[in-house]
Design a protein around this ligand. Structure first.
Ligand SMILES: [Zn+2]
Length: 171
């Protein structure tokens, strides 16, 4: 089973650039977006620097992440539906989500709620973005593979079909 995630093209490009900027260490942060007819739409991403950068792990502390998110959301219009939708971090190698990553999305879903994403950015391997989505199904947590679809930022998500540009290849 897969769970679809829509990713703004400029956010996907931003994440790949952030990962390439520190090719020997993992970097990461949080994802901001909203849900549209049950589909997760990622519209922004924030970098939350790790206290001790390392090549084989990324540690995301809650306090700086919470402050960055609050600052970001404070600058949005009141009508903007943007909110926290998950986590991202880079893997300098080609590997996808690790056992630890799957545990993280499992525990996060249990603690925070349904439909959050954990995205791994692989700056030099296709597909660049891979991930998992945590859902609550019949009272238990289930983790699905993310099917990531990149879209152009001007796309009106209320319209499907004519006039929309959607592409499955990633930056
Ligand atoms: Zn990882």
């Amino acid at each position: 089973m897969t769970a679809r995630i829509l990713f703004r093209h400029d956010v996907a490009t931003f994440l790949v650039g952030a990962a390439r900027a520190v090719p020997r260490t993992e970097t990461g942060g949080i994802l901001v977006g909203h849900r549209e007819d049950g589909i997760l739409v990622v519209t922004h991403a924030l970098i939350v620097p790790a206290p001790i950068p390392a090549g084989d792990r990324y540690v995301r502390l809650d306090e700086p992440a919470g402050l960055l998110l609050r600052d970001f959301l404070d600058q949005r219009e009141e009508s903007d539906p943007a909110g926290y939708v998950g986590e991202w971090h880079s893997h300098p190698g080609a590997s996808g989500p690790s056992a630890i990553d799957r545990r993280v999305i499992h525990d996060l879903t249990l603690a925070v709620g349904d439909g959050l994403a954990l995205i791994v950015v692989r700056p030099n391997h296709n597909p660049r973005l891979v991930g998992r989505v945590g859902t609550i199904h019949r009272g238990g947590v289930r983790v699905f593979k993310a099917e990531i679809v990149v879209f152009e930022p001007h796309r009106n998500l209320h319209q499907t079909g004519r006039g929309t540009k959607e592409r499955t290849e990633q930056p």
